[in-house]
Write a protein that binds this ligand. Structure first.
Ligand SMILES: Nc1ncnc2c1ncn2[C@@H]1O[C@H](COP(=O)(O)OP(=O)(O)OP(=O)(O)O)[C@@H](O)[C@H]1O
Length: 251
């Protein structure tokens, strides 16, 4: 297994964000983690990547325990940082070179890969612009690139396509699919079911801090459209959801 999570629990005061969550993610899978807002996806991914200490349970990455063998586990993974967590006073090129060197790469190799990544993400024209001056989508792309520069075995990406334009999304999808085809494991969280259905080999539906269905996309969809199946699994549709005071003026 690329990733094995067992009995993960995280509480924030009285709120149980993740409640005894277990999930296995096979090597070379493209795994989608879906769930309603507040279901516990981000909290789970943060525990998996060593950013948040669980109250209970364990997470292993390619056989290395994320908490007791943290350096070995972290060497295996690439994590897309939140845009608030990057050094945005650097240019895009500088940020990528710095990210590679932080992972132990030589400057020359890091610079060569930074150029490749800037090209792959259509950011060549902005490589010498400070990241603080990037648009939301450009920032997302540079964050993604920092997660990839050291060629990790497992990529963990929280909402990677949010705010990214269709051309860049298509390029990114190609890169990720090729990465998975060559033995890499991709874990993405997403709210876009059509994207998960099209790209992912596997999916886990998280609701109220636990996995309520997981397996290959076909298994979870069970012959239905994945979005319909998702709504069935997590519930929450209000049959009489309307706002009587929200009036378009035609009545
Ligand atoms: N640092 C925190 N302090 C307090 N509560 C938190 C904290 N982080 C998350 N929570 C709570 O834990 C629950 C799960 O949050 P989480 O961000 O993991 O959900 P999510 O599935 O990623 O949601 P979304 O799809 O909206 O991004 C939510 O109820 C949230 O309010």
């Amino acid at each position: 297994m690329a990733v094995s999570m067992r009995g993960l629990v995280k509480r924030f005061d009285t709120k149980i964000a993740v409640n005894n969550l277990s999930l296995d993610i096979p090597i070379s899978s493209f795994y989608g983690v879906v769930g309603p807002n507040g279901a516990g996806k981000t909290t789970t991914l943060r525990m998996l990547t060593g950013l948040l200490q669980p109250d209970a349970g364990s997470a292993m990455i390619l056989g290395h325990d994320v908490w007791s063998d943290v350096n070995a586990a972290k060497r295996m993974i690439g994590v897309m940082p939140d845009s608030s967590q990057i050094f945005d006073r650097l240019t895009g090129f500088q940020l990528l070179v710095y990210s590679g060197m932080l992972r132990g790469m030589k400057r020359r190799e890091s610079a060569a890969r930074a150029r490749d990544l800037l090209k792959a993400f259509d950011l060549q024209g902005s490589s010498d612009v400070m990241v603080a001056d990037y648009s939301a989508g450009m920032t997302k792309k540079i964050c993604l690139a920092t997660a990839m520069i050291h060629s990790p075995r497992v990529l963990v990406l929280d909402e990677p396509f949010e705010a990214v334009d269709p051309v860049s999304s298509a390029n990114l999808k190609d890169i990720l699919l090729e990465y998975a085809a060559t033995g890499g494991t991709v874990i993405i969280s997403s709210h876009v079911m059509a994207l998960v259905e099209r790209m992912c080999t596997h999916v886990a539906v998280v609701s109220n801090g636990a996995v309520c269905a997981c397996g290959t996309v076909e298994e979870v969809a069970a012959g239905q459209d994945l979005e319909d199946r998702f709504l069935q699994l997590v519930g929450g549709r209000h049959s009489a959801a309307h706002l009587s005071w929200l009036d378009g003026g035609a009545r």
